[in-house]
Structure formats: C-alpha cells, structure tokens
Design a protein around this ligand. Sequence first.
Ligand SMILES: Cc1cc2nc3c(=O)[nH]c(=O)nc-3n(C[C@H](O)[C@H](O)[C@H](O)COP(=O)(O)OP(=O)(O)OC[C@H]3O[C@@H](n4cnc5c(N)ncnc54)[C@H](O)[C@@H]3O)c2cc1C
Length: 359
Amino acid sequence: MPSATTIIGAGPAGSIAAIVLARAGWQVTLVEQHRFPRDKVCGECVSALGIDVLTRLRLIGALRSLGPTKLTRSVLVASDGSSASVDLPRPMWGLSRSALDDALLREARAAGATIEQPARCEDVDVERPHVVIRDLLTNCTREIRSDYVIIADGKAGCSLAPPPRTTDLGVKAHFADVDGRPDSIALFGLDGHYVGLAPIEGNRWNLCMSVPAARVRALRADLDALFEQCVRENRGLASRMRRARRIGPWLSSPLPRHAVRKHWPPRIIPIGNAAAALEPIGGEGIGLAMRSAELAAASLASSRRISHDDFDRLWRVRSIACRAMSKLLSSPMLAGDVIDAMRANDHLNHLAMGWMGKS
Ligand SMILES: Cc1cc2nc3c(=O)[nH]c(=O)nc-3n(C[C@H](O)[C@H](O)[C@H](O)COP(=O)(O)OP(=O)(O)OC[C@H]3O[C@@H](n4cnc5c(N)ncnc54)[C@H](O)[C@@H]3O)c2cc1C
C-alpha cells in the first residue's frame, strides 16, 4: 500500500529514492536546501555501480545526453613521476555534479515528487516521524507529516547522531587545458595525501583532493598556494598541469569517512553518505549513494525490511580497500613500491579493482 515519505537532501541518493518511490505511486516530498544547479566538492567520477542503477531506472539516456566522458583507465603516479596504469574492468563516467544532480532532481519531479527547494530540514521527530522544514525564501517553518523519513543529506545532520568528524578536507576546482589522455582517472601521491584528476563534460577537468585540514590551515586557506605546493611535490602532476588554467572557484568541505550505521529508528532510513562514507579515492561514493537509495526505496515499495546487512555488504570491503589504497599512495616510502608491484603483476591489479568494487 503506497505511503507518504519525506526525503531530506537531493544529492544522488535522495533523488534516486524519490524517483523509485514516486514511480511506485508513493507521495514523495524531496527537501533540498540549495538552488540547483549547484557545484559540490567531488571527484565527479561515476562508477559502473551507479551507471547500472541509471540503466535499470531508465535514466541512462537523459544522463548520457549531458555528455559525460568515458573513463576506461586509472593511472597511479608516485611523487617521482613513476606510474602504473590499470584498465578499469568496466568504464566509469566523468560528469559534473552540477549537471548530474540537477538532471536527477528534474527526473524526480517528472516522476511526481513534490520538490521543496530551497528549503532546509531543521528537525526530525523520529517517533512520529515528522520533519520541520524552513522555506529559505520566506523564512517560514512548517511541519511535514509522513510515514517514513529518508535521510539523504550526506551527513545525517538533523536526525541521527552525526558521525565523528575526520581531520581531513575535500578540495576541488575545475581546470581547462590539462595535458594527458581524456579517458583516464589519474591519482597522484603526495606526502600524507593524494590528488585526483579526471576529465568531465565540456572539455573540463576536475582536480580534487583529500587533504589534512592542518595543511590548509598552515597556508591560511590559500588553496592556490596549496595547489602550487602539490604541483611541486609530484612531478607527474606538474607535467599534466603545465599549461592548465583554473576555470572555476576552489571549493572545500569537511571530508566524511565512517562505517555503515548499525542502528536507525524504525521509520527513519539513512541512505548514501548519511548511511556510510568511504575514502573517495576509488570514485565509488556516488554509485553507492544511488545503489543504497535504489535498495532502500525498492524495499519500502514492496514492504520489505531494509537490513543493516544489505548496506554492510555494499560498503564494507570497498571501504577497507579504498582506505588502504589511500594510505599506500599517500606514503612516499610506499607509493613507488606499490606502483612497481602493480606494473609487474596484472593479477594484483585485478584483485585491487575487485576489492574496490570495480569488477
Ligand atoms: C574530495 C571528494 C572526492 C570525491 N570523489 C568522488 C568521485 O569521484 N566519485 C564518487 O562516486 N564519489 C566521490 N565522492 C563521494 C561523493 O561525493 C559522495 O559519496 C556523494 O555525494 C554522496 O551522495 P549523497 O546523495 O549521499 O549526499 P550528497 O551528495 O552530499 O547530497 C546531500 C544533499 O543534501 C542536501 N542537504 C544537506 N542537509 C540538508 C538539510 N538539512 N535540509 C535540506 N537539504 C540538505 C545538500 O545540500 C545536498 O544537496 C567524493 C567525495 C569527496 C569529499
């Protein structure tokens, strides 16, 4: 029997849940605080897991028309410039979050969801469960009653206990005139962190990094200075960015990283990053957000329970593999050895790709 649900957050998780439930005849209210299109800190690589969700939900044509780049290789580059290239078992997409999230929100509206935007969820009463939202145009608040509340806010900030903060930041900007093949995701190792570089639609490149907040503070948050330091510390990055120009603002935000939540109240359902957040090095977060949303919404629509185990299976191995890969690449002592091992051993590459969820 279709019911009413309120979904907090129109990132990939929230919009996919809205699409599935609205198509199943549910009364869906999707609450998003920002006006779209909006940019977001993200490497903007969509994994095959996410592309599969888009295909199953017949969204693939609309998304493909945005012109995503097709990514077929991943290249790891140590600070001395030595590198190893691995074919991705299945292609990924390079697509800006402003285009992806805007298109998914439009699909949610077309499926019949009511969109409250710009509106911020300020409270969730987990017992009833109801939500209080503030219309950011009129500054008025009101309560929305529903049978279920889906938390897709990227952090579970207004309901479940927020996970502990990491001491890292995500930093990103778009560039033009980057040298190198437009079919690869490149990951550059630095001392204590890493930088990712990938082509997206419109002949642009996304440069994104996970970086200790202390390093940014030491530079008084001068992100151009941080970028210049990174370029000096990795010869491979320097050669790719020789002619590059930044064509968008630097964005930064706290980097979430936490295991799958073990418990949530009966009619409150966290999906996407609100359920779990992994180290972004593998480019799996958007795919996991969409897949967890699809799983949760399909379970609700068919009156099945969503179990913690369903989510645990999605995230656990990927999380461990991505964290290990980030530690190895961020260690100048180890990165060169890892790259040598990857060059010499195809079997190891296949295993690593499998652990990161790419096969
Ligand atoms: C540095 C970095 C690089 C990354 N690179 C990649 C990558 O290349 N590939 C990949 O797949 N993943 C990547 N990720 C991870 C990816 O960005 C996330 O996993 C993904 O965005 C999670 O989607 P979501 O829908 O759960 O949450 P989000 O995308 O965070 O969306 C949440 C939405 O909720 C809204 N919201 C929040 N609070 C409220 C509120 N109170 N009321 C109303 N609305 C609210 C927000 O405005 C936002 O639109 C990266 C992450 C970082 C930090």
